[in-house]
Design a protein around this ligand. Structure first.
Ligand code: FAD
Length: 411
């Protein structure tokens, strides 16, 4: 078995590289992953069913994963992003069925912690940390993926000073299961609210889109909120990913998050952390695929069926291990920057891009190395192969991440 920086068989080999507290989170993640059977892992993917019970279990005080990076005053576990990354790597390795929903949950708690007022923190952050509420993040729309400035969902202020939202968000992880959503919408002023003004703006094209992008906290039981189409996807199944629809959805003024016009700032500051989470999950996928490959090959060696250098395999395995380790170093660098209050959008983009590309490459190569064995669900490699594709797409495609990095270089 390849012994890597953070993936040895026991955490004792990591002493000195991570703090005791961080290693305790890794032990917890391993124990939690062990508590979920392989059959449950396979079923959540096959049946495309979200395991709310497992999410609630992970948020119990014994596990404390529901609000890991937030202070105990808000029900959190006062951990850090390095610890959360260790958990995500471990969950990625074992394809723990709540991994993506937990990542998005923390991504959606983050803006409340950073931009919310005290009342909002008590109302949403505290219960979501204990698992009483599941959170989701609503930015993407049918006509606005990479180009977040193109969102068309609108918000109008009614006569009571509350908001009325109209529009559709798509591909929302935990969409059909969440209790509240961080939603970005264009807040129209009174002149823009007139149909004539909106139509004129639509004719003039993207540059003149009306309204300031603003963030809201929307509960699933608000009038005018509905779950739309549910998706039966190639990968990332079992996370109740769907559309969410606002039809004159009434959002109380108390649920404005941050200031009018701060929506992109709210979204992008959370996404910079979310990309590190995806990087950690991706290293987990890559390591999980490589580990399963090595286990299978070692059985074949014992049977005398293949030799280590058959088909140039030794070089290939070494190359995959090098790529995983390089992605891991970059990912933990990005996490450490967050914990040091030096969050870097560029380093997060680098980590997400590299780690998700590595996960795709490793799972593809491992499928080729193992042949038909790689297609067996019980090795989880074919699932990783399908899930890893999403890592290259969501929270900003890797092409867009490369553009962000280049923009920073050219500044
Ligand atoms: C499994 C999954 C879960 C998701 N969960 C969520 C969620 O919880 N919340 C949420 O809000 N969204 C979610 N998304 C949506 C995700 O963030 C978007 O898919 C992503 O931002 C890309 O948008 P798009 O799919 O519309 O692709 P597009 O933006 O249409 O891009 C298509 C292609 O064009 C390229 N491209 C686009 N613009 C440019 C450009 N200017 N220059 C060069 N190339 C460009 C892209 O790189 C890509 O290759 C999820 C998606 C998936 C697959």
């Amino acid at each position: 078995m390849v012994q890597t920086q953070i993936s040895p068989s026991s955490t004792s080999a990591l002493e000195g590289k991570f703090s005791k507290e961080q290693l305790a989170w890794l032990d917890k993640a391993k124990a939690f992953a062990n508590s979920v059977s392989l059959q449950e892992v396979i079923a959540s993917d096959k049946d495309n069913v979200f395991r709310r019970d497992l999410f609630e279990k992970a948020c119990q005080p014994e596990w404390g994963l529901g609000g890991l990076p937030f202070p105990s005053t808000y029900g959190g576990s006062a951990g850090d992003y390095v610890s959360f990354s260790l958990v995500n790597e471990e969950f990625g390795r074992r394809c723990v069925p709540i991994m993506s929903s937990l990542g998005v949950h923390v991504l959606s708690q983050e803006p409340i912690y950073r931009f919310g007022n005290e009342e909002q923190k008590q109302k949403y952050l505290v219960p979501s940390s204990s698992g009483k509420m599941l959170a989701a993040f609503g930015l993407t729309e049918p006509n606005a993926g990479s180009d977040t400035a193109a969102i068309e969902t609108t918000a109008k202020i009614d006569s009571n000073g509350d908001y009325l939202l109209n529009g559709t968000k798509t591909f929302i992880t935990s969409g059909a299961s969440a209790d509240y959503y961080i939603v970005m919408a264009r807040l129209l002023d009174s002149a823009e609210q007139s149909t004539a003004a909106s139509e004129k703006a639509a004719e003039t094209g993207k540059a003149k889109r009306p309204g300031q992008i603003t963030a809201f906290i929307v509960e699933r039981n608000f009038e005018g909120f509905a779950i739309g189409q549910k998706f039966d996807m190639l990968g990332m199944r079992g996370y109740s990913t769907c559309e969410i629809v606002f039809n004159d959805c009434k959002v109380p003024k108390a649920n404005l998050l941050g200031q009018h016009g701060e929506g992109r700032k709210v979204a992008l500051s959370s996404l910079a952390k979310g990309r590190v989470t995806i990087a950690a999950q991706s290293i987990g996928w890559a390591q999980g695929a490589l580990d399963a490959c090595l286990d299978t090959l070692q059985k074949h060696y014992r049977d005398g069926a293949i030799t280590a250098d058959a088909n140039g395999m030794a070089g290939k395995l070494g190359d995959l291990a090098v790529q995983i380790e390089a992605a891991r170093v970059l990912t933990f660098q990005a996490a450490r920057l967050i914990d040091a209050n030096e969050q870097s959008v560029t380093v997060a983009a680098m980590a997400k891009t590299m780690a998700s590309d590595v996960a795709m490459r490793v799972s593809t190569e491992v499928m080729s190395i193992l042949g038909m064995d790689g297609m067996k669900p019980e090795l989880l490699i074919e699932r990783i192969f399908r899930d890893a594709k999403a890592g290259q797409i969501y929270e900003g495609t890797n092409q867009i991440q490369r553009m962000l990095i280049a923009r920073d270089l050219l500044k």
